[in-house]
Design a binder for this molecule. Structure first.
Ligand SMILES: Cc1cc2nc3c(=O)[nH]c(=O)nc-3n(C[C@H](O)[C@H](O)[C@H](O)COP(=O)(O)OP(=O)(O)OC[C@H]3O[C@@H](n4cnc5c(N)ncnc54)[C@H](O)[C@@H]3O)c2cc1C
Length: 417
């Protein structure tokens, strides 16, 4: 059924609340052209933003997602593929519901460039798309120390083929072999994720494979375990993980699987059976193409996620540079603030002045245990930034392992269904 403009305006009015009704000019109901919001990227932040724009905006807004891949593989829970508790198919989502249930148009192609003057995108398939508002939800890119083959030395930090490659390499390990991984300098995608991976792999080799003589070595660019230090520190001790903080990777050799790094001013090397280098990170390439970056990330106004350098362009998820963690749960949260802000702006309503966001990460530490970490952020008007309002963590245990799946199902369905 086609939603009429007045119906959709009623939807929006319902959403902004009665007090805001009076802020909407009656003349806006006669708008001839429905605004087109284009979201680049259909991951946790982009898919959520598109869904809530349509849920709250109804027919007052046309929404298109442009996403390279027809299937999204969630990095969340992807460490459980490495120890055979999940498969990448279990973590795969399509865009069918977003299209059929909410009327979001889906284009599968890559956006190559953004013409900000003419508000037009050039796509790899040769087409171009016009937008009124643009949301960039394109994730991260890697800063590799040299040009090496990532099929030999996988990062597995974007999920899918990379995850399965790393799993196959781990499964080919024999007793006595070494697994070496590197942790990037903060900020990077999913603060607890690399420590969680070291635990999952160490547990898998020791307790599932029954190998008593494998080594797990972790080279961390940071001075300490960045989050949940007590939990991960205790697990590293239990599994015998060799942890080297304050290390800087200087070269990766994909043929010999050798890492060159500096530690305490000395240059050293490690050769390993499996090498899992998670490189330092920056915003996705389209952030740089669109010239909305400042350094490695994109500065935004946390009341709306609108770029501080280009009006009408919004950046959410891992690419944004607010200092909030780069994680899927908070990307979903930012997406809702952004959808709200875009609808308010299109309808001439003031931005909501006190947004809060929430980050939550569950970390499997074995095939039966997980810990969790949650942070609530609130807007601080004096610094115009998001500051921590509450921080909480839960221990590694079996009850949290079960709760992890309830949490993830909830997040997955809020994003893709
Ligand atoms: C092992 C691991 C565990 C994790 N665990 C947690 C957890 O417990 N909790 C949590 O909150 N987070 C977790 N994360 C982090 C979370 O997965 C990411 O932070 C989240 O996926 C970021 O969402 P995003 O929408 O910003 O980017 P993405 O999910 O990367 O989505 C970006 C999308 O944009 C598309 N794209 C990029 N450029 C273009 C273009 N030019 N044109 C078209 N499409 C484009 C990409 O194909 C991609 O699908 C984990 C990550 C890892 C690796």
């Amino acid at each position: 059924m086609k939603t009429t403009h007045s119906n959709s305006r009623r939807n929006f009015m319902k959403f902004v609340g009665v007090s805001s009704l009076f802020a909407i000019s009656p003349s806006m109901a006669a708008d001839a052209v429905t605004p087109h919001v284009v979201v680049i990227g259909g991951g946790f932040s982009g898919a959520t933003c598109a869904k809530y724009l349509k849920m709250w905006g109804g027919g007052s807004v046309n929404v298109t997602i442009i996403e390279t891949n027809p299937t999204y593989v969630s990095p969340i829970l992807s460490n459980l593929v490495l120890n055979s508790q999940k498969t990448t198919s279990d973590l795969s989502f399509t865009y069918t519901d977003l299209n059929s249930k909410y009327g979001i148009s889906i284009i599968h192609s890559t956006v190559d460039s953004v013409d900000k003057t003419n508000q037009t995108l050039a796509l790899a398939n040769g087409n171009s798309v016009k937008y009124d508002k643009l949301v960039l939800a394109a994730g991260i890119d890697f800063i590799k120390v040299n040009d090496y083959d990532i099929t030999e030395v996988p990062h597995a930090w974007k999920a899918g083929e990379q995850t399965n490659l790393l799993k196959a390499q781990i499964d080919a390990m024999k007793n006595g072999d070494t697994f070496t991984m590197t942790i990037p300098a903060a900020p990077y995608r999913c603060p607890p994720g690399p420590y969680e991976r070291a635990c999952v792999v160490a547990d898998y080799l020791k307790n599932t494979k029954g190998f008593d003589d494998c080594k797990v070595i972790v080279l961390d660019a940071n001075a300490n375990i960045t989050v949940e230090a007590d939990t991960f520190g205790a697990k590293f001790a239990e599994y015998g993980v060799e942890y080297k903080p304050s290390t800087t990777i200087t070269a990766v050799d994909d043929t010999t699987k050798t890492l060159t790094y500096t530690e305490g001013g000395e240059t050293k090397t490690i050769t390993s059976t499996v090498l899992n280098v998670i490189p330092n990170q920056k915003a996705a390439p389209i952030i740089f193409t669109a010239e909305v970056n400042s350094g490695n990330w994109a500065p935004i106004n946390p009341l709306s996620y609108e770029s501080l350098v280009a009006s009408g362009i919004y950046i959410i998820g891992d690419s944004q540079g607010t200092g909030q963690p780069k994680a899927g749960h908070i990307g979903n949260s930012e997406a809702k603030v952004c959808a709200d802000a875009i609808l308010r702006t299109l309808n001439g309503v003031a931005l909501y002045a006190s947004p809060k966001t929430n980050s939550a990460c569950y970390s499997p530490t074995s095939a039966t245990e997980a810990s969790w970490l949650s942070a609530v952020f609130k807007y601080d008007s004096s610094t115009q930034s998001m500051v921590i309002a509450n921080l909480a963590a839960g221990p590694s245990d079996t009850s949290n392992y079960t709760k992890m799946f309830l949490w993830s199902e909830n997040l997955f369905s809020d994003t893709f269904s």
